[in-house]
Write a protein that binds this ligand. Sequence first.
Ligand code: AP5
Length: 209
Amino acid sequence: MKLIFLGPPGAGKGTISDLAVVKLGLPHISTGDLFRAAVKNGTPLGLKVKDIMASGGLVPDELTIALVKERLAQKDVAKGWILDGFPRTIPQAEALDKIAAADKAVNFDVADEIVIGRLSGRRVCRSCGKIYHEKNMPPKKAGVCDVDGGELYIRDDDKEAAIKVRLDTYRKQTAPLIEWYGKKGKLLAIDGVGAPAEVLGRFEKAIKK
Ligand code: AP5
């Protein structure tokens, strides 16, 4: 099964992906994670995208499409994938159709005031990438990852100014994909509000239909 996870920043795409991959046995491919790894490792790609990401803007389509094309050529995608954070523009969606068309685009619907609260409290493990929230999903020990003891950090783009840019960018460039996939009959709309287990349950019910 080839699935796209759509939704505004902070909708819970990464959180639900982490739960869904365990159930579905599919690889989780997050373009945000791939770009963050490139930045962390100081690769030529990382140097190009670092400032764009920190400001909350989108990486140019040609770089993003090339990255996804390379990732989808790897062996572990034979049974399908969950693409989290891609496509984010109509040209990216058109490019994906040529590489490997998705079966469904799952849109997690969450209002702005909720996503702002989620993003401003997000903490991420520097070594394994596990996602926490200081109030909603706190680690057992403040600032320390439950899984591997890694340090928890605040993403550069989770600062107030960048969150505003990301929400504007989402509305202008990414939200049109909801209608785009709707017209193709591939859209699954999921209410993204509630505990992660509840949202996961709605997602599982929707993909079984
Ligand atoms: P990316 O990493 O994809 O960021 P995003 O889409 O803005 O999504 P987030 O990771 O912020 O949110 P999420 O929906 O995954 O929420 P999460 O589960 O973490 O992209 C980052 C940047 O990379 C982009 O801005 C851009 O520069 C670049 N980029 C990436 N892809 C690109 C592309 N295709 N084209 C161009 N540029 C691209 O949850 C958020 C918080 O909420 C967490 O603290 C979590 O604990 C909490 N939470 C989650 N679910 C719940 C729940 N149900 N109830 C309560 N709290 C919850």
